[in-house]
Ligand binder design. Sequence first.
Ligand code: HDE
Length: 716
Amino acid sequence: MAKTKTSQPSQPKAARQKTAGEPPATEIPTTLGMGGELHQEAGGVETTLTTNQGVAISDNQNSLKVGPRGPVLLQDFVLREKIMHFDHERIPERVVHARGSAAHGFFECLESCADVTAADFLQRPGERIPVFTRFSTVAGNKGSFDVARDVRGFAVKFYTAEGNFDLVGNNIPVFFIQDAIKFPDLIHAAKQDPDREFPQAQTAHDTFWDFISLTPESMHMIMWAMSDRAIPRSYRMMEGFGVHTFRLVDAQGASTFVKFHWRPRLGMQSVVWDEAVKINGADPDFHRRDLWEAIEGGDFPEWEFCLQTFTAEQAASFDFDVLDPTKVIPEEVIPLRVVGRMVLDRNPTNFFAETEQVAYCAGNVVPGIDFTNDPLLQGRLFSYLDTQLSRLGGPNFHQIPINQPKCPFHNLQRDGHMRMDAPAGQVNYEPSSLGPDIKRESATRGFRTFPNPEAGDQLRVRPETFADHYTQARMFFASQTEPEQNHIISALVFELSKCVVPRVRAAVLARLIHIDQTLAGRVAAGLGLREPIVPAEAPVPAKAMDPSPALSILQKAIATLEGRKVGCMVTDGSDAKLVAELKAAVLAAGAVFQVVAPTIGGVVTDDGVLLPADHKIEGGPSVLFDAVAVVPSVDGGAELALSAEAVNFVRDAYGHLKVIAYTPAAAPMLVKAGIDAKPDNDPGLVSFAQTSVDDFLARAAGGRIWDREPWVRRVP
Ligand code: HDE
């Protein structure tokens, strides 16, 4: 039969001809056999498409039919295999922490910890091991937006020479619940309602707050979750915590308690809520893109790894139980010891293979690190292994490359779905006399559980020592600066205003009043509640505790522009010298400089040169930047004043308390945005007519202009 034509009219030959330098043809060939040019060997590399069985494919554009317009044949194994595989491309997303992003890097030991642990990767200063680190939100589905108000997962897989250690932590050092048996309830309450499958990626709804109002142990965590810690500016600017108390065990078998901490080199930074809402529209992948671009640009995110160690005697002296995961040990009480650093320097090459298939297990520890009886941790030891069985389809997920230890591993487990290796020989058991090279246990190298003496009745009870739910919640609130306290109150008002059942609002206030009366009163005012708050029963009321300034983002903030982004709005005729000076200074400060212009084609500056744009104004709103400069020409400034997007650019930058630099030509836009009504001494409004580029950047490095906030945002 002659070569079959498709029903498409054939294109004129000229249209299919390639010009020099063009990439290979991407058009769909209209006849069988066309596209052969795609399959030629290039430099000895086989480029022919094949089926999964290795059979070369002659046509990847058309299915096998009876005649050009006839039925498709079932015998088309090329079609069936391709569609079958596609049909199964998705695996179940994580039941929590579904939305995430990860990167490769290394952990470097900075100080020997032999005094407290035998963990091999913490022995020799200067020694590096590979890590794979995944950040995530908790409540949203895989396709949800990044800057949700939520806890962030901070999971690190250390590929140590003695096996994988997974530190599966969060960016908040406490948790909502004290016992794993409540986790399914917490997550059901937080995720979408089961009947309507919304709301997505948020806790601002009745079921979550209903559960919280009935779970007083969550009060400390609620303070954190309503703080700006839950809307980070970047994964690179978050702290991380192992949350639970773990145990370190030294070579002699002596044990020390430990809390694990990560501290970001760039310092902590968060966005403000109105900004978060707008970022999610402007760039739902804000955190994902930020991590990816920083690594691609060679600006590698880095954290210090810190141990907070304490003895059993110290633990016994605290007013709280170190096994209770709703409590912190203030840094002011037990200081952090910096023992290592983590640098993320390589993006995954394939999101699915690595980020999606990575299987963190809280139970993956190495000799020198052990668990405690924290009942939340104990439940997690079961959960992670179990969830991977259904998520990754069977018991062999440890053979997926991203999950494999980088040290040798071998045992007598065999078979199961998708087993990848093919162990040789007759002997798959031990003891055995038939397989002389069979691996055996090692009393010296093997993991030994710390022999903690355990005894007692088998009970379903919550220990008395877990009963204080308010002291640390109060301490957290008291440790915050005024703007941070205002944000906690605004967040509570926002979330509870989204609850439509009045009982839920009242029940939460009945708890908040035990944390702080003013806090509860201000939230009630923000909700427009007219009835007095009726306190819930509180068997253990809040006790006095010193504030911990280390819990405040702002008191810990460092003045730097490193890793930040400066946006510069230009028009045709903008001052080329000024833009060049600005760009050089921003780059020298370790920040990213991006040009925002009326069209993506860029602008011609006053020296007649084309300045390429990174964003069209609508696509580059100021929420994407940490500080902005607006430097139009006189004509351009007049034009921009007629563009809502341009006016919103400065209005939002002002409302989000950012440092704004401008040339006099930007005045019409500023006036339209209402910025002329500024307080005279706002240090965040910088006119290039009066001050220098360096001065602008020095102010921008200081972060937001908190003194401006009362001018732009009412708080109850
Ligand atoms: Fe998790 N958690 N969790 N969690 N968790 C999961 O494991 C679970 C908890 C954390 O990037 C799941 O592979 C229980 C605390 C992170 O892949 C699941 C309890 C902390 C990640 C699970 C907790 C975490 C998870 C879902 C209460 C901070 C993402 C998919 C006892 C210390 C890891 C998966 C990644 C993921 C169970 C509480 C951190 C179902 C039962 C507390 C960072 O196994």
